[in-house]
Ligand binder design. Structure first.
Ligand code: TYD
Length: 214
């Protein structure tokens, strides 16, 4: 657990995959088990992050490199002010999106290069990597159907853009199965939740007798 007391869990996936529902169900389940849970999201999660979120999701055109830097700035600030202190205090931190979103959306989607964006993101977060990343996977057409109307600049992108993002999340997960869990987001939410909770309880620091539990 890289010297920290808490547990860090990230949720990733395309727009409309159902991440937020799973974040909520997981937080409720962990709290019911007596864990202190911090739920947060990116971009956003701090007052500065909320401003960056507005600029990057709801503003006018943003050049791709500027977009990558804004998402990185949001994460740098968020990790320093919110995530690291919570982990140091032994909390379970559950974030709706993290660095892999940038690798997929800016690296693959915007063609900035996955390796370059990954390096930028790791610099921004001081190499803080989640204990587990859950990828909630749905076919892009299903994500589009669930989203309904378009809410932001990224959602408004083409079907090819969203297909390449999905392929990228799945490739990252395939490359590191011990640090990723891919769940089929088209299954009933309670079934998906059960799989996620089972995997998280198997993490030594969360399961029965886990070190940081009160
Ligand atoms: P949000 O409303 O949080 O969408 P969702 O509910 O799908 O998570 O919007 C976040 C959008 O920002 C989403 O389209 C993904 C995108 N994004 C990036 O492009 N790069 C990033 O680093 C992050 C964190 C998000």
């Amino acid at each position: 657990m890289s010297g920290r007391n808490g547990v860090f869990i990230a949720f990733e996936g395309g727009d409309g995959a159902g991440k937020s529902t799973q974040v909520r169900l997981l937080a409720e389940a962990l709290r019911a088990r007596g864990r202190e849970v911090l739920v947060t999201r990116q971009p956003g999660g701090t007052p500065l992050g909320a401003s960056i979120r507005d600029l990057v999701l709801h503003g006018d055109h943003v050049s791709p490199r500027a977009e990558a830097l804004l998402f990185a700035a949001d994460k740098a600030h968020h990790v320093d002010l919110v995530i690291r202190p919570a982990l140091a205090a032994g909390q379970v931190v559950v974030t709706d999106r993290y660095t892999d979103s940038s690798v997929a959306y800016q690296g693959a989607g915007r063609d900035l290069g996955a390796d370059e964006v990954h390096d930028l993101q790791m610099w921004a977060v001081g190499d803080l990597v989640p204990d587990l990343t859950v990828v909630v996977d749905v076919p892009p057409e299903e994500g589009k159907r669930r989203r309904g109307e378009v809410h932001d600049r990224l959602e408004a992108e083409t079907d090819d853009f969203h297909a390449s993002i999905r392929a990228h999340f799945l490739a990252m997960a395939r490359g590191n199965p011990e640090r990723y869990l891919v769940v089929d987001g088209t299954r009933p939410p309670d079934d998906i939740h059960a799989d996620i909770l089972g995997r998280i309880e198997a993490l030594s620091s969360v399961g029965p007798g886990g070190g940081a539990a009160p």
